[in-house]
Ligand binder design. Structure first.
Ligand code: DHB
Ligand code: FE
Length: 281
């Protein structure tokens, strides 16, 4: 039987990917950012998952304003790194897990979630930067990845409540898959940031800290937050945080925080990162 053992959330800043790819991680600006992931790299090496369900948002790389799926699951054998304007990142192609992905698609759709099935999709910084932060620069990713893209780019994104319930449905799906697999769920994006307009550069440490606290201890409060609170408090791109609730909803209420990191500055974004373990592992 497959089981969800742990959850990881992290910001997915594209400039972090560029710093890795261009060998700048030891520069004074970037050093403290990467230092915050050293323990995480050790942890993931010790708790090696078989599969990651990686919840992220596509930033107009695979999709465009022509087609905007609210939730899209990648069921392909593999996913190439997207060209986001300066060539694809020099990272390995992502290997999928079609059998589990189709099972999750079937289970969640029959549970009344309108999941889009995607058989071909390039994956952008929302997915590849978190993999780089956790696994470094291997020749091949040491884990299979099921991409799960969420629309948070074009209004209206799904509510936090919908995301939470999708997380619960993913847990049910994984636990009904009859292969013995260690599955992790990741949620990427956030924390507070706004990339355009008069409030560009907005960071809200107080909001972010409370979000991190409540993600572990009081996720039900976060589930009730309306979109306008994210935008007001965490900036227009802070809405990416709803994806963290998919991760949290897929974990046990008693999941334990084993690591946390928060750092400003990094590009335009407050870097937030949490590792949660399910009990009994
Ligand atoms: C930045 C952060 C993001 O999450 C993103 O998708 C693009 C840019 C930034 O901080 O620059
Ligand atoms: Fe983003």
């Amino acid at each position: 039987m497959a089981r969800i053992t742990a959850g990881v959330t992290t910001s997915h800043i594209p400039a972090v990917g560029a710093a890795i790819d261009l060998g700048k991680t030891r520069e004074p600006y970037w050093q403290p950012v990467f230092a915050g992931y050293e323990l995480s790299k050790q942890w993931i090496a010790e708790h090696r998952p078989d599969v990651i369900v990686l919840v992220y948002n596509d930033h107009a790389s695979a999709f465009s304003l022509e087609i905007i799926p609210t939730f899209a699951i990648g069921c392909a054998e593999s996913f190439a790194p997207a060209d986001e304007g300066w060539g694809p990142r020099p990272v390995p192609t992502v290997e999928g897990h079609p059998e589990l992905a189709w099972h999750i698609a079937q289970s969640t759709i029959l549970d009344e979630f309108d999941m889009t099935i995607v058989n071909r999709m390039d994956v952008d910084h929302g997915l590849t930067v978190p993999l780089s932060l956790m696994f470094g620069q291997p020749a091949a990713w040491p884990v299979k990845v099921i991409p799960l893209a969420v629309n948070v780019v074009q209004y209206p994104p799904p509510t936090g409540h919908r995301c939470w319930n999708l997380g619960r449905a993913i847990r049910k799906a994984v636990e009904s898959f009859d292969q013995d697999l260690n599955v992790m769920i990741w949620g990427t994006g956030g924390m507070s940031h706004q990339l355009q307009g008069p409030r560009a550069g907005l960071i809200n440490r107080e909001f972010d800290t409370r979000f991190l606290d409540d993600l572990t201890k009081d996720p039900e409060r976060l589930v009730k937050l309306p979109h306008v609170d994210y935008v007001r408090e965490a900036g227009s791109e802070g809405i990416e945080l709803v994806m963290w609730l998919i991760m949290r909803g897929a974990l046990d209420p008693a999941a334990r925080e084993v690591y946390r990191f928060y750092h400003v500055p990094a590009s335009n974004t407050a870097v937030g990162h949490i590792i949660l373990e399910n009990p009994g592992r």
